[in-house]
Design a protein around this ligand. Structure first.
Ligand SMILES: [Zn+2]
Ligand SMILES: [Zn+2]
Length: 146
């Protein structure tokens, strides 16, 4: 298990490092995460802000708010378009797109699927991880016995 996990964007100019163990990786299937990731949903881990540091490329970071007045936003590299880590409004967590990780985060599979109620029609979730209608703690849609 690495105690320093590196990550970078597609062009490699934006780099960051996580210290300690990252949170479990979940996948969000909401419509915005599908657009942002260009696929069936965003695979995301999270860390406390004190365990996250940018190493380079901060001048390339852009932020986009799709809806006026909503706090949901995407953060991306201006040069290559990769999504980038973003800090929550409350400042207590940094969400990190798991596809950016260059080192092994030391875990396997998804801890859960969230916003499954709005997943793309073509997606079939085939693993046994719990599925939530909306965010964590919302109604379970999983057929897995508890
Ligand atoms: Zn880039
Ligand atoms: Zn989402």
């Amino acid at each position: 298990m690495n105690d320093r996990i590196r990550g970078s964007c597609l062009c490699g100019d934006v780099k960051f490092v996580i210290s300690g163990e990252p949170g479990p990786i979940g996948q969000c299937h909401c419509s915005k995460c599908r657009k942002v990731s260009g696929t069936d949903g965003n695979a995301v881990t999270r860390v406390a802000p004190e365990n996250f540091a940018w190493e380079s490329g901060q001048d390339l970071i852009e932020t986009y708010y799709p809806e006026k007045g909503s706090h949901w936003h995407s953060v991306f590299c201006r040069q290559c378009g990769s999504p980038l880590p973003l800090e929550t409004e409350a400042g207590n967590l940094v969400f990190i797109p798991a596809g950016l990780l260059d080192d092994d985060p030391g875990q396997r599979g998804y801890v859960a699927h969230i916003f499954v109620g709005s997943k793309a029609l073509w997606v079939e979730i085939t693993d046994n991880s719990p599925q939530f209608e909306e965010n964590f703690g919302s109604a379970r849609v999983s057929k897995i016995p508890t």
